[in-house]
Ligand binder design. Structure first.
Ligand SMILES: [Zn+2]
Length: 85
């Protein structure tokens, strides 16, 4: 009886689940630098918004550093605040 209860027929299994790892933790040579917008560009949308952590898989520590770097880069006009046509 208890066994039947544990089995969930409606449970959704993610068939294509791939564990995301933080790129900055994995590669120590990859530095978060506000003077290097090429790296930061990968973490913003084409409209200039910072991508959430659940999309990029970056850890909380590096996401924090990343958001600060992006904001600095925006002030220096290396990255856009918004992109509009
Ligand atoms: Zn990290």
């Amino acid at each position: 009886m208890a066994r039947e209860k544990r089995f969930k027929p409606n449970a959704k299994y993610r068939a294509y689940y791939k564990k995301k790892t933080c790129r900055f933790c994995e590669d120590k040579s990859l530095k978060i630098d506000y003077k290097a917008p090429e790296i930061l560009k990968e973490f913003i949308t084409e409209r200039g918004k910072i991508l959430p952590r659940r999309v990029t898989g970056v850890c909380s520590r590096h996401q924090r550093q990343l958001s600060i770097a992006i904001k600095k880069a925006r002030i220096l006009a290396l990255l856009p605040f918004t992109v509009h046509e």
